[in-house]
Write a protein that binds this ligand. Structure first.
Ligand code: C5P
Length: 238
C-alpha cells in the first residue's frame, strides 16, 4: 500500500487579510510546520505540495532541501480548495492507493494523527480526524434558533483526511459534474455514499483562518517550545 500526502497551500488568505502559508511562525514558514511531520512519517511515501502558481519554482527548491530524500512534488493550485486538491491528487504517483490530505494552515499536526488516519482506512473508504463538540450546537435560520443538535453526535472535522485514491477521484469528478463544492474532501466522498470513519483529533490541530487564530498559534508554539517537547524545540534549536 503506497500513500501520497497532499498538502493544499494555495489559498489567497482572504479571511486572514494576507497570504499566510509563507508567514513566519516560531521562525519558520507556516507551511514548513505542517509539512515536516509528513516528510518524517514512515507511513508517507511521497509528498505533493500545492501552492500558488507564482510560488511553484522557489518553493520547489526549498522543499527539496528539507525532504531528506523523500519524493516531493510541488504543483500549482486552483481557484477553490477542491481544485487545488484535485491538482495534487492528479500529480501523485500512479502506484499510490491512498491519499492523505492535510491543510497547510494546520501547523500542529503530528505523526500520530497522520498514522491514525491512515491505519483507520483498512476496512472503509476514508478516515477523517475530528474532535467531538464540547459546546452545545444550535442550528439557526435568519438569526433565530431553529433547533438544538445533540452534541454527542457532533464532530468538528480537521485534517489529515485519508481516502481511497480511486474513489476520491470519482468523488471529485462527481462534484465537478454536479457543481458541488465541499469545504473538505470528506463532503464529496459522503455525497457518493462512501464509508468514512472518524478518528480522534487534537484541539491543538486547529486551522489558522483569522488573525486571532494566528495569535493562538503563536501561543501554542511558544508553549510547545517552553515544554521542550516535539519539533518546536527543534525549530528553535537548529
Ligand atoms: O479556505 P480553507 O480555510 O478551507 O483552506 C484550507 C487549506 O486549503 C489551506 O491550507 C489553503 O491554503 C488551501 N487552499 C488551496 N487552494 C485554494 C484555497 C485554499 O490550496 N484555492
Amino acid at each position: 500500500m503506497k500513500v501520497s500526502a497532499i498538502i493544499p497551500a494555495a489559498g489567497s488568505g482572504q479571511r486572514f487579510g494576507e497570504v499566510k502559508q509563507f508567514k513566519l511562525l516560531a521562525g519558520r514558514p507556516l507551511l514548513f510546520h505542517a509539512l515536516k511531520p509528513f516528510l518524517q512519517s514512515d507511513y508517507i511515501d511521497e509528498v505533493v505540495v500545492v501552492v500558488p502558481q507564482e510560488n511553484v519554482e522557489f518553493f520547489h527548491r526549498d522543499v527539496v532541501s528539507m525532504s531528506a530524500g523523500k519524493p516531493v512534488k510541488v504543483v500549482a493550485g486552483g481557484s477553490h480548495r477542491q481544485n487545488s486538491v484535485k491538482h495534487g491528487v492528479n500529480a501523485s504517483d500512479s502506484d499510490s492507493t491512498l491519499v492523505c490530505i492535510h491543510d497547510a494552515a494546520r501547523p500542529f499536526v503530528t505523526e500520530d494523527l497522520i498514522q491514525n488516519s491512515i491505519s483507520a482506512c483498512e476496512n472503509v473508504d476514508g478516515a477523517v480526524v475530528a474532535i467531538i463538540s464540547k459546546d452545545t450546537v444550535k442550528y439557526s435560520e435568519n438569526g433565530l434558533v431553529k433547533e438544538t443538535i445533540n452534541r454527542e453526535k457532533i464532530w468538528l472535522a480537521q485534517t489529515p483526511q485519508t481516502f481511497n485514491k480511486q474513489k476520491l477521484l470519482l468523488a471529485l469528478d462527481n462534484a465537478h459534474k454536479n457543481q458541488l463544492t465541499g469545504t473538505d474532501e470528506s463532503t464529496l466522498m459522503e455525497a457518493m455514499g462512501y464509508s468514512i470513519k472518524l478518528v480522534d483529533g487534537h484541539p491543538n490541530n486547529f486551522k489558522i483562518t483569522t488573525q486571532d487564530d494566528w495569535m493562538r498559534a503563536e501561543a501554542v508554539a511558544h508553549q510547545l517550545t517552553d515544554s521542550r517537547s516535539g519539533r518546536f524545540k527543534e525549530v528553535h534549536d537548529d
